[in-house]
Design a protein around this ligand. Structure first.
Ligand code: FAD
Ligand code: NAG
Ligand code: NAG
Ligand code: NAG
Ligand code: NAG
Ligand code: NAG
Length: 533
């Protein structure tokens, strides 16, 4: 009896739910789907919340799970174009209908502005994941890569064709080529070859009028702006033509672990003095985290993680000359190919055995399971030992903290500040970024976020000033957000000059030129000057 009641109740609820979902389609969905179908867009590329795949499509490229919690606003629709003309249709229809659109390639934005709109709703997401073709041309040292490809896929396809070519972009293989390159993009080859954005030859972009433009058609100002000016401000980038760089057949990697005991900050201080002055072929970053040694004891681990464009013998010689304090030995060194070194650099915590794993791992599209809060700083003079000691103490106070020190110098210091929108070049010794990670269900989220904020405040005297530098690919909405609707350039320049210094004003001029009505916008997009009507 009971089961009959409950099963008919079940059927009734299902019917109610179904009729609700059939009748709740919003005007936005209807008008947009209608417009898209007039442009011959297949319905199979459109997901509304009533579609059973909607959540998985939204979440599989949401790389900071705190932004998929139920309380966070969701898009009315996700459109996953299969071709350039589909992207054109998306822009034309959304603009015509006044629908707010967010752009997503790999979904790694620290603040999720690519798939969450906190203060403008309703909104839709243009998810470029299906635009992911890669063609590598070894004869002219170039590759064309669509924005939905990941860095891992790009590296893999390059290595498939050649073992002496590479590309100097980020260390995380799941990062999307779209957002990454337009925000700068750095990895362990930055001291030799600069940023990913420094190695772009051409690009294709859909502008606010739905036109596809290449470098010649968009002009040098817009081409300048999209190489470091950050995503979501100027148009929908479709693909990049990039310049491949030379890598030797033999790369050497190493990781030297040190536990940071009280009063034992000398080596880290020494690293600060030498890291940006080493041979350009060598990059040594420092990764710090906290380890629970027992239920009551904690210690800080520092890993000196090296990447060298050459063999171990030359590396050992260089290290003896410039950084003997680390005590690097031949046994610490692993000689490998560039593609396998990518596997090594990608893993935090570091696992040297990855060097021996299959590069096919780079093709995996993994969704992050840990949420995080992160911030970045640029450092222009060594942080004193007393402050290093305080850092050590603070790391011991947080559950899953991490600090990464990335050496600058070399090529980074040779590229003029105004050559691309990314300005943190000459004089920057290293970049310093701090994170706290947590898992779903963690009760102390507010505490983790405030740990990061408090550390950022503590670091103020020791990092770049006037302005205090920031990196747009490590987006931080604490630095300031645009207002709803129109935004004043003066207010935006507070966060804008942190990311771009003097280049911010030129970005505003380009924005005013190419998108005066501010169609492409988010919490931290470049605002146009208010035009008199
Ligand atoms: C785990 C992890 C590791 C990382 N490692 C590195 C690293 O080693 N080096 C480094 O430099 N950075 C690194 N980053 C930062 C990363 O480069 C940025 O988050 C980058 O913007 C991500 O690009 P995406 O396409 O994956 O992200 P998305 O979230 O899709 O996009 C980021 C921004 O670009 C916009 N955008 C996306 N696609 C387009 C497009 N086609 N046209 C115009 N605008 C677009 C979005 O609207 C958003 O504003 C890392 C981030 C994470 C989470
Ligand atoms: C889902 O919503 C869309 C758009 O409103 C509508 O066209 C479609 O019929 C709905 N599908 C289902 C299965 O409810
Ligand atoms: C969900 O969307 C996919 C792709 O558009 C489609 O194949 C499927 O039929 C849709 N399912 C529902 C229940 O609407
Ligand atoms: C911390 O770093 C050490 C050394 O890099 C590593 O062995 C350990 O797994 C890391 N711990 C976490 C929680 O990441
Ligand atoms: C350390 O232990 C705490 C619980 O005591 C736990 O929450 C945290 O995740 C652990 N951190 C690491 C890095 O293992
Ligand atoms: C926004 O627009 C309104 C009306 O045009 C204007 O009064 C206001 O000053 C603008 N705000 C900013 C921040 O520009």
């Amino acid at each position: 009896m009971n089961s009959i009641i409950s099963s008919s109740f079940y059927i009734l609820s299902v019917l109610l739910l179904l009729s609700a979902s059939l009748t709740t389609s919003s005007p936005i969905q209807e008008t947009l789907i209608q417009c898209l179908s007039q442009h011959s867009i297949p319905l199979s590329t459109i997901y509304t919340p009533n579609n059973s795949s909607f959540s998985s499509v939204l979440e599989s490229r949401a790389q900071n799970p705190r932004f998929t919690e139920p309380s966070v606003p969701k898009p009315e629709l996700i459109f996953t174009p299969l071709s350039e003309s589909h992207v054109q249709a998306a822009v034309i229809c959304s603009k015509e209908l006044g629908i707010h659109m967010r752009l997503r390639s790999g979904g790694h934005d620290f603040e999720a502005v690519s798939y969450v709109s906190e203060f403008e709703s309703p909104f839709i997401v243009l998810d470029l994941t299906n635009l992911r073709s890669i063609s590598v041309n070894i004869n002219d040292n170039s590759a064309c890569v669509q924005v939905g490809a990941t860095l891992g896929e790009l590296y893999y396809r390059i290595a498939e064709k050649s073992n002496v070519h590479g590309f100097p972009a980020g260390v995380c293989p799941t990062v999307g080529v779209g957002g990454h390159i337009t925000g700068g993009g750095y990895g362990v080859m930055l001291r030799k070859y600069g940023l990913a954005a420094d190695n772009v030859i051409d690009a294709r972009i859909v502008d606010v009028n739905g036109r596809v433009l290449d470098r010649a058609a968009m002009g040098e100002d817009l081409f300048w702006a999209i190489r470091g000016g950050g995503g979501g401000s100027f148009g929908v980038i479709l693909s990049w033509k990039i310049k491949l760089v030379a890598v030797p057949e033999t790369i050497t990697v190493f990781t030297v672990f040190k536990t940071l005991e009280q009063g034992d900050t000398k080596l880290l201080y020494r690293w600060q003095q030498v890291a940006d002055k080493l041979d350009k072929d060598l990059h040594i970053r420092v990764l710090m985290n906290m380890t629970n040694t027992s239920t009551s004891e904690r210690s800080v681990t520092t890993a000196y993680d090296g990447f060298f464009l050459g063999g171990a013998d030359r590396l050992i010689q260089l290290m003896q000359e410039s950084f003997p304090e680390l005590g690097l030995t031949r046994e610490d060194c692993i000689e490998t190919s560039w593609i396998r070194s990518v596997l090594h650099s990608s893993s935090i915590p570091l696992d040297t055995s990855l060097v021996f794993a299959s590069p096919k791992l780079l093709l995996q599209r993994i969704t992050a399971t840990d949420s995080f809060e992160g911030k970045a700083d640029f450092v222009t003079e060594p942080i004193p030992e007393t402050a290093l000691e305080e850092l050590r103490k603070r790391l011991l106070e947080e559950d899953n903290p991490s600090i990464v020190w990335t050496a600058y110098g070399g090529k980074m210091g040779e590229i003029p500040e105004y050559e691309t929108p990314f300005p943190h070049r000459k004089g920057t010794m290293f970049k310093f970024h701090y994170f706290s990670y947590w898992q779903k269900g963690d009760k102390n989220v507010a505490q983790h976020i405030s740990w990061v904020r408090s550390l950022y405040n503590y670091m103020t005297p020791y990092v770049s000033k006037f302005p205090r530098g920031a990196y747009v690919n490590y987006r931080d909405l604490d630095l300031g957000v645009n207002q709803k609707g129109n935004t004043s350039v003066t207010e935006a320049s507070v966060w804008g000059t942190k990311y771009y210094k003097g280049n911010f004003q030129r970005l505003v001029r380009v924005k005013t030129e190419v998108d005066p009505e501010n169609f492409f916008r988010h919490e931290q997009s470049i605002p146009p000057l208010q035009l008199k009507r």
